[in-house]
Design a protein around this ligand. Structure first.
Ligand SMILES: [Mn+2]
Length: 304
């Protein structure tokens, strides 16, 4: 585990209102961060590896972001690393770390790793909440419900694996789906499983359908598990991912909908105890733009 030191620019000459995220890092914080150093899901999915360096690449720009006075405290529990090809073992360990963190923190923010991170996040959430109705909100160009092939579970299979565990309780909303990034086999499976979907191109016209689906997902469930795949963003806003999006959904739209979800969870008195940001590949990033984008989303998830 590579340790990260929470530090950043010091503007103390501007007084106590010149605080940044790193000032809120403390033991016994309200929220928690856990990193998942994993390339194995993307490798098995035949993608560009590098996501194992994602967690610390997000922490860097996150630490220095300015914050409002009421920004919550948080505790960094470091990274869980997938050793060699031991993805399943890593996902179990991530799940255990989340269960432990949920005992003392309101929200656990997981920094991936490829989207195989989601299976570990869900194992943890379900482990800590065996009886709750859980609704999954995924911002992603891909449905990630592929069947497990010869390579085993990967970054393309997490929601298939979750469905396998959950059966008819599986409640999955995917926002930002690109028609060219999913085979017809996946669309047929999604229809079969009652997966709710918002296509990426519809979001340039109106957010009404997305808001409606988010409201309904929150209403049907006790808990929302929010997972953000950075490849939902256009390639010029998120070049540092395994699979950059040609069209994508603009960052401001994703932020608006994430905000809408956090607000809806509060309004409907539900909970959002686990969320993750996945697929940052710093080796393909330009000027840290994807890492900075991920950091702004992380700040949003810690603030809410
Ligand atoms: Mn994905």
């Amino acid at each position: 585990m590579s340790e990260f030191h929470w530090t950043g620019r010091d503007d103390s000459e501007d007084g106590p209102a010149a605080r940044r995220v790193y000032h809120c890092h403390t033991a016994g914080g309200r929220h928690a961060i856990v990193g998942f150093e994993s390339d194995e899901g993307v490798r098995r999915n035949q993608g560009r590896v590098g996501a194992r360096d994602g967690p610390n690449a997000i922490r860097g720009p996150l630490a220095g972001l300015p914050i409002p006075a009421d920004f919550p405290t948080f505790t960094d529990h470091g990274n869980i690393a997938v050793l060699g090809e031991e993805l399943e073992q890593g996902q179990r360990l991530l799940g255990e770390a989340i269960v432990a963190a949920m005992q003392t923190h309101d929200r656990v923010l997981v920094l991936g790793g490829g989207h195989e991170t989601a299976f570990g996040s869900f194992l943890g959430l379900r482990g800590a909440e065996p009886d709750a109705q859980i609704g999954i909100l995924n911002f992603d160009a891909h449905l990630d419900i592929r069947q497990i092939g010869a390579n085993g579970p990967s970054s393309g299979t997490p929601f298939n694996q979750i469905r396998d565990r959950e059966g008819d309780d599986f409640d999955y909303l995917c926002i930002g789906v690109a028609v060219e990034s999913n085979t017809q086999a996946l669309f047929a499976r999604a229809a079969d499983w009652g997966v709710r979907m918002i296509m990426d191109y519809t979001l340039t016209e109106s957010l009404a359908d997305a808001r409606h689906e988010i409201d309904a997902l929150i209403e049907r469930n006790d808990i929302i598990y929010l997972t953000i795949d950075l490849d939902v963003l256009p390639h010029y806003q998120a070049p540092g991912v395994s699979c950059p999006a040609v069209r994508g959904v603009p960052f401001s739209t994703i932020q608006t909908l994430v905000h809408y979800c956090l607000e809806g969870v509060q309004k409907q008195e539900r909970r959002l105890p686990v969320c993750d940001i996945v697929e940052l590949n710093p080796h393909h990033d330009h000027q840290q733009m994807t890492a900075k984008t991920a950091a702004i989303l992380a700040r949003q998830l810690l603030a809410g």
